[in-house]
Design a protein around this ligand. Structure first.
Ligand SMILES: O=C(Oc1cc(O)cc(O)c1C(=O)O)c1ccc(O)c(O)c1
Ligand SMILES: [Fe+2]
Length: 294
C-alpha cells in the first residue's frame, strides 16, 4: 500500500477561457467565475473583467446577501447608492461593498474617459452575515499595501496576506485577493491556507503554475486543486505576466441565486422580492430613488 502525501504546490484542475459577452447596459464582460463551466466556486459567485465605454454601464439595480468587490484597471467608474454614498474610483482603486440586507446603486463610467476597465468579484456571505447592515471599504491605489518578494515581482495585497504584508480590509468571508505583476523569468511561491479554494485569472502575458508548470494565458481562469497543499508555485518564462490570485474559505451552505439576490433558500429569495417591491427590510430607501449618474 502506498501512503498518500500532500503535494508541495497546488496544481491546476481547470483552465477556462472567458470570451466577451454583454452585461448591464451596453457593457462588455469576460465572465470568469459564474460562467457555466465555473459556477459557484464557493465562496465566490462571480468574477467579471468588465469594459464599459461612455454609452454603457450598470444603472440603478439592487443587491442582497453578498459582497461586490470592484477593482479598477483603467479609466474611472462613478457610483452612487440610495443612501447617498457616492464617489469615483480610478486605476488601481478598490471598492469593497458589503450589500448585506440591501443596497440599490448605480455604477457608470466617467463620460469623458475612453473606457472603464476593471474586475468585479462577488463573494458570498455566510448565513449569519447575509442580512447585516451594508458597508463600504474603499481604498485608493496608494493605500493598498505591496509586497516585493524579489526584484521584478510586485504583489498588491487587496485582501489577506502575501510575503508578510497584510491587508486591512475586513473580510466577513475569509478571502485573499492578490494582484501579481511579474517580470519574465521569475519564480515565486504564494502561501494559501490548506482549506481555501482558489483560482488565478490571467490579465496579461503567460504564467506557469504548480510543479507541472501548467501554462496560463490572458483571459483564462485557472482553478487550484483542493488537496490541502499550502503553497502555489508561479513562474514566468519569456514574457511578463499580470494576474489576480483569489482564494477563500468555502462556506458549504446552500446557494439560491436569483440575479442580484443570493440567499440560502427559495423562501428567502421570495421574501427578498417582496422586500424589494415593498421597500422594506433594508430596501426602505429605494422608494422613489433614482441615481443622478445613470
Ligand atoms: O450586472 C451584473 O453584475 C455586474 C457585473 C459587472 O461586471 C459589473 C457590475 O458593476 C455588476 C453589478 O453591479 O451588478 C449582474 C451579474 C449577474 C446577474 O445575475 C445579474 O443580475 C447582474
Ligand atoms: Fe452592482
Amino acid at each position: 500500500m502506498t501512503a498518500t502525501s500532500t503535494p508541495l504546490s497546488r496544481s491546476i484542475t481547470k483552465s477556462v477561457l472567458s470570451g466577451e459577452q454583454s452585461e448591464g447596459v451596453g457593457a462588455r464582460v469576460r465572465r470568469s467565475i459564474g460562467r457555466p463551466e465555473l459556477r459557484n466556486h464557493d465562496p465566490f459567485l462571480m468574477l467579471d473583467e468588465f469594459s464599459v465605454d461612455k454609452n454603457g454601464g450598470f444603472p440603478d439595480h439592487p443587491h442582497r446577501g453578498f459582497e461586490t468587490v470592484t477593482y479598477m484597471l483603467e479609466g474611472q467608474f462613478r457610483h452612487e447608492d440610495f443612501a447617498g454614498h457616492k464617489g469615483t474610483i480610478g486605476p488601481g482603486d478598490l471598492q469593497w461593498m458589503t450589500a448585506g440586507r440591501g443596497i440599490v446603486h448605480s455604477e457608470m463610467p466617467v463620460k469623458s474617459q475612453t473606457r472603464a476597465h476593471g474586475l468585479q468579484l462577488w463573494i458570498n456571505l455566510p448565513k449569519e452575515h447575509k442580512m447585516c447592515e451594508p458597508q463600504y471599504q474603499e481604498l485608493l491605489d496608494g493605500q493598498i499595501p505591496r509586497a516585493t518578494p524579489q526584484d521584478g515581482v510586485v504583489v498588491k495585497v487587496i485582501a489577506g496576506e502575501s510575503h508578510g504584508v497584510k491587508s486591512q480590509v475586513y473580510t466577513r468571508t475569509p478571502t485573499m485577493y492578490l494582484d501579481f505583476k511579474m517580470d519574465k523569468n521569475k519564480t515565486v511561491t504564494q502561501t494559501i491556507p490548506s482549506t481555501y479554494t482558489g483560482f488565478l485569472y490571467m490579465l496579461k502575458g503567460t504564467a506557469y503554475i504548480g510543479d507541472k508548470e501548467f501554462e496560463g494565458k490572458a483571459h483564462h481562469t485557472l482553478t487550484l486543486s483542493e488537496d490541502g497543499a499550502t503553497t502555489v508555485k508561479i513562474q514566468t518564462k519569456d514574457e511578463d505576466a499580470h494576474f489576480v490570485f483569489i482564494a477563500g474559505e468555502p462556506l458549504k451552505e446552500p446557494i439560491v441565486q436569483h440575479g442580484p439576490f443570493v440567499m440560502n433558500s427559495s423562501e428567502e429569495i421570495y421574501d427578498t422580492f417582496v422586500d424589494y417591491q415593498n421597500n422594506k427590510n433594508g430596501f426602505e430607501r429605494a422608494r422613489n430613488w433614482r441615481s443622478t449618474i445613470a
